[in-house]
Design a protein around this ligand. Structure first.
Ligand code: PLP
Length: 490
């Protein structure tokens, strides 16, 4: 690591109070020693030169030299010839201040911070696990890696004034143009670049929309089972969340109308229901659009992972079907490319545009201009479309490998439902085996499976495992299934 990277101490607010009973050099010595002990100055940090510090403190240089000599003698700091003075790298990491811990208890802390009704906070540490078959992971092949590096390097070489300033909260126009072109062709979305708001991903879009609900206790429908963070975000903003059951045709619209006919919004995943993977049938789509028109409700179409379609007959977006401007279409580049990117988009009906742009501005002003610039070029130069085409083949191969490995070694324990789309599959457990117990046992065997029963609210929960297949090369799949089989049989 470069020394310069740790050169924070020049920013420290050094000062002497000129205590009557302590000489100046002692005060300088005590201050630096305390900063080292309570780790404001970390091992390896560079200290200011004696001349700089003397100037900053308005004391004589000899007082600082004496303090440094004392600290060197006691082993707190070390001089390096020609380079400066550093906090000793072998300082024990003891601290006089307790370090704040990531709070793991559930309700008490959350309630303290006014995240209403968020009882079961998603386990954020699990999300980052690279173990098979964690959900939501993607692969980046060598070609995409190389193209991405090249475009990123080019962008950084030719930084312009526009990269440094504030800009349109809707996002970079070139990126909105590229997203619009893509959505018109790939998903039959009706859009103009002006209606597109670039977000940090679908989760951000969901949260922004949840903020716009007219008042606390607004009725909203969500799918049951469904995507937990959607429900949690709505609850956190005070919505009255109504879980509406899902069958093999998707959301049961009649049940929604019966439960909360005057709901102001419905959040759906029509092209690949999360988690079950069913497609919302055309009849249900038309029923939902007609209800939203009459009830003046918003349909929030979460079209996550629609890029990865492996067969069957794809249905275009609901947004493209709706003539009444009631559908808010949201999508993500975090699945199409990689989750660390944190970029997604929402296509906003004109009547809601100003409100949503304001909410976006208040939440974090605008997306990062440099990242948007890289993605816009990546899309415009055709690499995005090529990436999707290649990854469809890769993920399909991985899906097939997972299906056959599960069928070979666990056909007596579970029934696999191979999906035509998406990045995960569902394996329904036989003989009332508990998905929660298997989730835990699998983790002990180095495999991540998510219990689908956790995704239910009111509907009778099915015991099934959710297995992501997109993030794991074909060769790693069979060995991981063998470990899962061992966990289940034990
Ligand atoms: C149904 C659904 N919606 C939204 C998201 C969030 O995606 P993003 O990473 O773009 O916030 C996910 C992520 O797994 C998802 O499964």
């Amino acid at each position: 690591m470069s020394q310069r990277a740790k050169d924070w101490s020049t920013l420290h607010d050094w000062g002497v109070v000129r205590e009557r009973d302590a000489p100046i050099f002692t005060q300088v010595y005590r201050q630096i020693r305390l900063a080292i002990l309570d780790q404001r100055l970390q091992p390896g940090s560079k200290l200011p030169s004696t001349r700089e510090l003397a100037q900053q403190l308005a004391v004589s240089r000899s007082a600082v030299v004496t303090a440094y000599d004392q600290l060197i003698a006691e082993g707190y700091i070390q001089g390096q010839k020609g380079s400066g003075t550093y906090v000793s790298s072998d300082m024990p990491a003891t601290s006089t201040r307790p370090k704040p811990k990531l709070e793991r208890t559930r309700n008490p802390t959350i309630q303290q911070f006014n995240l209403k009704s968020v009882a079961d906070f998603t386990d954020v540490t699990m999300q980052g696990s690279a173990l098979p078959f964690n959900l939501g992971r993607t692969l980046i092949d060598a070609r995409t890696h190389e193209q991405w590096r090249r475009i990123a390097a080019r962008t950084f070489r030719s930084l312009k004034q526009s990269h440094f300033g504030y800009s349109d909260p809707r996002g970079y126009l070139k990126l909105r143009n590229a997203i619009c072109d893509y959505l018109r062709v790939a998903r039959s979305v009706r859009c103009e670049p002006d209606q597109i708001v670039v977000t940090a991903g679908t989760q951000h879009a969901i949260d922004l929309i949840a903020r716009l609900l007219p008042d606390a206790n607004t009725d909203v429908w969500v799918e049951d089972p469904g995507y937990l963070p959607t429900r949690q975000s709505l609850a956190a903003h005070g919505a009255r969340v109504h879980p509406i059951p899902v069958d093999k045709h998707g959301l049961i619209v009649k049940a929604g109308i019966k439960t909360a006919p005057k709901a102001r919004a419905v959040f759906v995943t029509p092209s690949h229901q999360f988690p079950t993977g069913v497609v919302l049938s055309m009849a249900r789509r038309l029923e939902l659009i007609a209800w939203a028109r009459d009830a003046k409700a918003w349909i929030v179409e979460d079209d996550y992972a629609s890029e990865f379609r492996y067969g069957g007959h794809p249905l275009a977006s609901m947004q493209g079907l709706d003539d009444n401007d009631r559908v808010i279409y949201i999508g993500t580049l975090n699945k199409a490319l990689f989750p660390g990117l944190r970029l997604g988009y929402a296509v906003i009906p004109t009547g809601m545009l100003q409100a949503l742009v304001t909410a976006r501005y208040l939440s974090d002003r605008q997306p990062s201009t440099i990242t948007q610039s890289i993605v816009a070029d990546f899309m415009e130069e055709g690499y995005f479309a090529a990436h999707i085409r290649r990854m469809r083949l890769t993920y399909r191969t991985q899906r097939d490998a997972l299906v056959s490995a599960l069928q070979n070694s666990l056909h007596d324990k579970l029934v696999v439902d191979p999906p035509d789309q998406g990045m995960h599959l569902i394996a329904y457990l036989k003989y009332r085996l508990s998905d929660i117990n298997i989730e835990r046992a699998a983790h002990e065997h180095g495999v991540v499976v998510r219990a689908m029963s956790r995704m239910y609210m009111d509907a009778p929960a099915k015991s099934a495992l959710m297995l992501g297949f997109s993030g794991y090369p074909e060769r790693s799949i069979a060995p991981a299934v063998a470990r899962l089989a061992k966990a289940i049989r034990n």
